[in-house]
Ligand binder design. Sequence first.
Ligand code: GLU
Length: 308
Amino acid sequence: MNLRKTAAAAFAVVALTASATACGKSGSPSGSTTPSAAGGSSAAAALPTYAVKTGVKLSGSKTWDRIEKNGKITIGVKADQPNLGFQDPATKKYSGFDIEIAKMVAADLGFGEDKITFKTIQSANRETAIAGGQVDYYVGTYTINPERQKQVSFAGPYFVAGQDLLVKKGSSIKSKDDLKGKKVCSATGSTSIQRIKNGPYGAKPVEYDAYSLCVDNLISGQVDAVTTDDAILKGFAAKYPDQIQVLGKPFSEEPYGVGLLKGDTAFQDAVTAALKSHEDNGDWKKAYDATLGKSGVTAAIPPLDSSS
Ligand code: GLU
């Protein structure tokens, strides 16, 4: 396994067991000499800018043909996940690590920020949006798994998270083993809600479209815990540090991929190449430090693959 080593115990679980989907023919990104963990509290870290390529052409890609015809790229993202995919309610501007990944890929396809339309798509609607051509690709904490690969293809992983629990400070829930009879909230259509419904935890699942609604319900005492990827939960915990906390005991592995039209291998290869080049040139880490790293998430760059 050639995942880059990280000192972070929280991510050891996911790092040790990169799944079949995450084990790559392309292997680990080369060229970087920093095996150290990204992240920490680099609040002052600046976002990178991405050189927009010119003269890009892809043959044999339905997605590319549509992008070329439209003269712009439409990217599906999340809007309520702090430091990952977040839309400022006042300015309507999107920011976060997933937004940066989306921009890196667009730049390598020849499209700058002014040619990107971000579209908010919730967890439950991702496959339909991709398959129906509402978005050219999707970047939003989207776990690569065989079930989804029946409907969409993925490039990546570009990050590996793990399912965790968010509770009120002082909660009696100390681990996933304390969930019996507890109201546990997650998003419809996510791997997180599936695991809570199908797993041996005995929890009472509560579902909403978006994780922010679960967090509101946690703070107001309507649910006992929120469960999803630690990367998402830590963003919320950083927003309300006096009230809620992440347990920090991940119990799954969630390799994030860029979702795209099933079987569009020419486009998939182009996205994989874009991810790889921005990992190799340091943009990945810079973007990470300026976004997700601020949530207190510590992570390693995962090995890249084209995961059909
Ligand atoms: N990564 C998980 C998933 O793709 C949970 C986060 C999400 O719903 O986006 O289902």
